[in-house]
Design a protein around this ligand. Structure first.
Ligand SMILES: NC(=O)c1ccc[n+]([C@@H]2O[C@H](COP(=O)([O-])OP(=O)(O)OC[C@H]3O[C@@H](n4cnc5c(N)ncnc54)[C@H](OP(=O)(O)O)[C@@H]3O)[C@@H](O)[C@H]2O)c1
Length: 179
């Protein structure tokens, strides 16, 4: 490892599983200190053990303003600043059991994937160092037209649009399927 994140502080939402957890491990291996979030304490505990060092888990839902405020209060108290925000937490595609998407499903997907990403970044802004990076996890689903995934795809298209222009240190990352 090159140590290119030596002494950097990162906040990774949805850092207890999948891409978020892999990112957290990689960041720590490169020298960073990471704050990871997720709703389930049990998964956060497991992830914290796997990462092993330089990690603070903060339980919370990105759709909740109170939880986001609590997250950034912890970061402010422990580290005072942020170098990288990875707004990655999201819920997946299909409505339960392949049913037509209900208003509840639509709201859950958008409240997490779009509103959650937007306000994670907004609430992180006061703590960002000069030159800090913002990474938003999108998806290739927004242009693929996958049956049953319309709310998910639309939520990820909105994430892409929320980046704005002229922000050299913001990045959208989009993966295809990892499973
Ligand atoms: N995997 C793929 O094939 C793929 C493809 C394209 C894009 N992506 C995107 O990549 C990102 C990561 O996907 P993944 O497959 O790695 O996901 P994953 O393994 O399902 O992990 C999702 C993470 O987000 C957390 N999370 C979910 N809802 C949350 C909420 N409301 N508040 C806080 N944390 C929440 C989960 O923990 P809790 O459940 O405990 O909250 C978990 O830590 C997502 O943005 C996803 O849309 C994934």
């Amino acid at each position: 490892m090159s140590g290119k994140l030596e002494n950097k502080v990162a906040v990774i939402t949805g850092g207890s599983s999948g891409i978020g957890l892999a990112t957290a491990k990689e960041f720590v291996a490169e020298g960073a200190y990471v704050f990871i979030t997720g709703r389930r304490e049990s998964e956060l505990d497991k992830a914290t053990k796997e990462i092993g060092r330089n990690v603070t888990p903060v339980q919370g839902d990105v759709a909740s303003f109170d939880d986001l405020d609590r997250l950034f209060d912890v970061v402010r108290r422990e580290k005072c600043h942020i170098d990288v925000v990875v707004a990655n937490a999201a819920v997946g595609g299909l409505a339960p059991e392949g049913a037509a998407a209900s208003p509840e499903h639509y709201d859950r997907v958008f409240n997490t994937n779009t509103r959650g990403v937007f306000f994670t970044v907004q609430k992180a802004l006061p703590l960002l160092n000069d030159g800090a990076s913002i990474v938003l996890t999108a998806s290739n689903a927004h242009y693929k037209g996958i049956p049953g995934f319309a709310p998910y795809s639309a939520s990820k298209a909105a994430v892409r649009s929320s980046r704005g222009r002229g922000r050299p240190n913001s990045r959208i990352v989009a993966s295809g399927s990892t499973r």
